[in-house]
Write a protein that binds this ligand. Structure first.
Ligand code: PLP
Length: 381
């Protein structure tokens, strides 16, 4: 069975240099707790600091102190959103927190849980799923502070949202924008300062870094943002995410960040050429195919397609080794149909024949075109 791995939005494999760095920092001559005060601990702390700088540089944060290590984007999102709501609730600051309907479940489920938790709180209002087409105002009730949550790139369709435009449409100067950057970092340039986002989150395994490590970015510019910690312990990560640090994961993520930074232009061109070849060939072989979000700016590697039913069936039958996702990996894991595609107005029957192809570093034009040949050559109906 030939394996075709076109599921890099679900997870993409680490760079060789990342694996080498993780190995290096897993061996006894380097291994130590970065919080320890002895010589080995100090060396480990220096490596963590270097990684923090590499990551801050990649996303153009103002300082490495704005980088908080977590286990992944899901944890970072929960820490940022719940931590902020807790602090604002305790200080009785009238606040409105809103997210869009097509956000990843890491945001959507978190906001829904928070809505239940705070529904009797006089000062905290939560709107977990605003329609993408919403054009009204959230922030017209002074002095309510608004925290708007908007992802930079949609994990299923690959659509890249115009955050500066969203900020100018919905937010006042003093309001905060939280962005889930999980699909964007590593695939498009991300500058948190240019985008004017105050909090963000992403995972190592989506950008060629390790799994099990992720980042909460939180601006520390004035007026200084703060959050409550959700867990309590030894005071690591400025007391906001305590617990011994994942040394190999952090060093590996730092190396990935540096590689992404220096290779991004070439990487984007490679991904775009693979996707272009894929979509051109697919249109020839399956003239009725539809590409979602194709009229919008998209991630360079993502193509979400609706296939006619007989083509979808043949593809599945002919290519048992094809790794693509129907909806998002998380939606597939929970057995639920994609809420993103439903929010786009697709019917269940269409969702059932919608596939996300997401390409990565090890894919090639030859691989995607030969895969399509095997899947669809000679089908007529
Ligand atoms: N946000 C988006 C847009 C994602 O695509 C994902 C993963 O699929 C996540 C958040 C959650 O990332 P993780 O599972 O690494 O915590």
């Amino acid at each position: 069975m030939t394996t075709y791995y076109f599921d890099h939005n679900a997870s993409t494999f680490p760079y060789e240099e990342v694996i080498a760095a993780m190995n290096e920092w897993s061996l006894p001559n380097k291994w130590a707790n970065p919080s320890a005060k002895h010589h080995a601990g100090k060396l480990a702390a220096k490596a963590v600091q270097e990684a923090r700088v590499q990551i801050a540089t990649l996303i153009e944060a103002n300082s490495e102190e704005e980088i908080f290590f977590c286990s992944g984007a899901t944890e970072a999102i929960n820490l940022g959103l719940q931590g902020m709501a807790q602090l604002l609730a305790e200080s009785n600051t009238p606040t409105r927190i809103a997210g869009f309907a097509d956000e990843h479940p890491a945001v959507g489920s978190c906001l829904s849980a928070m809505q239940k938790r705070y529904h009797q709180h006089p000062d905290i209002e939560i709107f977990p799923s605003i329609e993408s087409s919403f054009t009204g105002k959230f922030s017209n009730e002074n002095p309510r502070l608004l925290l708007l949550v908007r992802m930079l790139a949609q994990n299923e369709t690959g659509q890249v949202y115009d955050l500066p435009q969203i900020r100018s449409q919905f937010l006042r100067e003093e309001d905060w924008l939280f962005s889930d950057l999980s699909q964007a970092v590593g695939k498009i340039p991300v500058s948190v300062q240019q985008l004017n986002i105050q909090m963000g989150a992403f995972s190592g395994h989506k950008l060629g870094g390790p799994a099990g490590i992720g980042v909460l970015y939180m601006s520390r510019k004035k007026p200084r943002l703060s959050i409550n910690p959700l867990t309590f312990g030894g005071g690591q990560e400025q007391g906001l995410r305590p617990g011994s640090l994942n040394l190999p994961g952090i060093v590996g993520l730092g190396v990935a960040a540096q590689l992404v930074k220096s290779n991004l232009d070439t990487h984007i061109k490679q991904l775009e050429s693979i996707r272009r070849a894929f979509e051109t060939k697919l249109r020839i072989l399956v003239p009725e195919v539809q590409f979602l979000a194709e009229q919008h700016q998209r991630l360079p590697n993502t193509s979400m397609v609706i296939l006619p039913a007989e083509y979808a069936d043949t593809m599945k039958h002919r290519l048992p080794g094809l790794c693509v996702t129907q909806g998002s990996a998380c939606a597939s894991a929970s057995g639920k149909s994609s809420h993103v595609l439903a929010a786009l107005g697709l019917k269940k029957e269409q969702i059932a024949r919608t596939y996300r192809f997401s390409f990565g570093r090890n894919n090639s034009i030859e691989e995607v075109t030969s895969c399509l040949e095997v899947a669809f050559r000679g089908i007529s109906h």
